[in-house]
Design a binder for this molecule. Structure first.
Ligand SMILES: [Zn+2]
Length: 467
């Protein structure tokens, strides 16, 4: 009886939200590639290494659902079809940006919020025209139409946009500067990081860029002094929105884009630090909510899981503390590896197995701090032989979707991950369900959401957007 009345109460609350919109401020976070195991493993990693909070803030939200992510033409979605479902509630084919299965444009949350007079923001840690943000900006048949997406941004109903930079089409002769000029010509003010102080004092539309790179911001694990980070964009975005749309209300999409990249590259430590980094931006939204508790809605979800991350070493155990010895992502470690063994001004000298072991002892803790089982050492030695052995290819590389690394470095990182008990099944997306975590005004309305296409229409209802 008690359970029944609770259900009735929840339903009544949800109904009151949809019949009379109560939400003024919406923060919609998308952790690209962030499966449920990624979230849980990040908490284990943080607890064991002190890297960040033991409890990732959004795992404590009152709504925590599993949602399905299938696309319109596959049981396994890509980020474009996933982004389109999350932005517009429409299922489409993989690689489609803001168009339906027949290629017709479908409107999305930023357009709906704008039509109702709300401010809109789109923020990402990767290129501003990459798949996920693109679904909140543009409509195009193929996600690789980067220049088309950038061009559409100039007239899109997006007040505040932020991302690493403008990614160019493959083999294009155009330059990012061309698009920066296009923005200026459209009357959009352009800012470059990492310092965005005062951006909120700008009248009119704003675009914030990293100031260094176009494709992506550096991984959290590799970040150097002076690098722009996701939270710099989010801080600036909130200040801008508060100043210009504090009265009316606003919608912001914020993507942690490189959780996916790290998982494509099968680098567990880089992924866990990236996820923690997005959670720091969630903290900023929570701070805003503390000031406007009755009118702020915060949602965190993912477009899909990446890599088929498993927890467990095969021996009913996992040792996240061992991951503390990894000093950089496999991308940064590849750079360091090249500096060490391929010095620019000196003739190449084949490094010995002991030299290579010393490098991995220093940068991954292998042998020195982490016991390496004979089977793992043999697997790594095999890649060493294929790289530096007789008849080997000293430039042997391994390619994932977003990086080309030294094969030996990748194998060493995988070796540490396996010993610690965090191993990936493969280098692409999986069809596993992902989490939906919701708090704040009208969070009850999301209790029954079971699929990624149901989120956007529900946000539109509780916030009173014009579809
Ligand atoms: Zn991906």
């Amino acid at each position: 009886m008690k359970k029944f009345s609770l259900i009735v109460l929840a339903a009544a609350l949800a109904l009151s939200c949809t019949s009379k919109p109560q939400v003024k401020y919406v923060f919609y976070f998308i952790g690209d590639g962030m499966g449920i195991n990624q979230v849980m493993a990040t908490e284990q990693y943080n607890k064991a290494t002190g890297n960040g909070p033991e409890v990732v803030n959004f795992t404590q939200f009152p709504v925590r659902n599993f949602i399905t992510t299938v696309s319109g033409n596959s049981l396994v979605t890509d980020s474009a079809a996933g982004g389109t479902a999350l932005a517009s509630g429409t299922k489409t084919y993989n690689s489609a940006v803001g168009v339906d299965l027949d290629g017709n444009p479908v409107t999305c949350l930023t357009e709906w919020a704008n039509a109702a007079g709300y401010g809109t923001g789109v923020i990402t840690s990767v290129g501003i025209n990459h798949a996920t943000p693109a679904c909140f900006i543009a409509h195009t048949s193929v996600r690789q139409n980067y220049e088309d997406i950038s061009t559409q941004l100039m007239s899109a109903p997006v007040d505040f946009a932020a991302g690493a930079g403008f990614i160019m089409n493959r083999h294009s002769e155009r330059t990012p500067e061309e698009f920066e000029k296009m923005a200026a010509d459209a009357g959009i003010s352009l800012f470059k990081g990492p310092d965005f102080t005062g951006v909120e004092n700008t009248e009119g539309r704003v675009i914030c860029l990293s100031g260094k790179t176009q494709q992506d911001l550096p991984y959290a694990i590799d970040r150097q002094e002076g690098d722009t980070q996701l939270s710099d964009f989010v801080k600036a975005g909130i200040a801008y929105m508060d100043k210009h749309f504090g009265q009316k209300g606003f919608f912001m999409m914020i993507e942690g884009g490189k959780i996916d990249w790290a998982c494509h590259g099968n680098d567990a430590t880089a992924a866990f630090q990236e996820l923690t980094d997005m959670a720091y931006s969630v903290d900023l939204a929570l701070e805003f909510m503390a000031k406007h508790p009755k009118e702020t809605l915060i949602l965190i979800t993912a477009d899909h899981e990446t890599g088929g991350l498993m927890i467990g070493s095969g021996k009913y155990e996992a040792k996240p503390e061992l991951l503390a010895y990894q000093k950089g992502s496999n991308v940064a470690l590849t750079w360091m590896f090249h500096e060490e063994f391929f010095p620019e001004d000196e003739p190449f000298e084949t490094p010995s197995w002991d030299d290579v072991k010393e490098f991995f002892a220093e940068n991954l803790g292998l042998w020195e701090k982490v016991e390496v089982p004979a089977k793992e050492e043999a697997a790594l030695k095999d890649v060493y032989d294929k790289t530096f052995g007789k008849g080997g290819n000293k430039n042997l590389s391994s390619e994932s979707l977003y990086s080309v690394n030294s094969k030996l470095v990748d194998e060493a990182v995988n070796c540490l991950d396996r010993i610690a008990g965090y191993r990936f099944s493969y280098g692409s997306h999986s069809g596993s369900p992902v989490g939906l975590y919701v708090t704040g005004a009208c969070h009850e309305a999301f209790r029954e959401v079971r699929d990624n296409a149901e989120i956007a229409p529900t946000i539109a209802k509780v916030a009173g957007y014009k579809k």
